[in-house]
Ligand binder design. Structure first.
Ligand code: SF4
Length: 83
């Protein structure tokens, strides 16, 4: 059971690339938006990726750096940790 997860609303990404500057889990691709590497899309269209406690701090930074506020970091109980 993962302790933390990232939820990403890719549709709202404006391609600012702040996430990719902070964490190597993020990569700007052909359409100018960021991909969350290794993530899976859920029924609601969110891209979701489980992360470890060791990876948490960088992803919180990425979420806070995103000007579009489309990156969300949550704990295992669904509590929001960032932004
Ligand atoms: S920082 Fe936010 S808006 Fe910018 S590329 Fe990353 S996800 Fe998209």
């Amino acid at each position: 059971m993962p302790k933390f997860l990232i939820k990403y609303d890719r549709e709202g990404c404006i391609g600012a690339a702040a996430c990719a500057a902070v964490s190597d889990k993020w990569k700007i691709v052909e359409d100018g938006k960021a991909d969350l590497l290794g993530s899976k899309q859920d029924e609601a269209g969110w891209f979701v990726l489980d992360i470890t406690e060791e990876e948490l701090q960088k992803e919180i930074e990425a979420a806070k750096a995103c000007p579009a506020l489309v990156i969300h970091v949550k704990d295992e109980n669904g509590n929001s940790l960032a932004p």
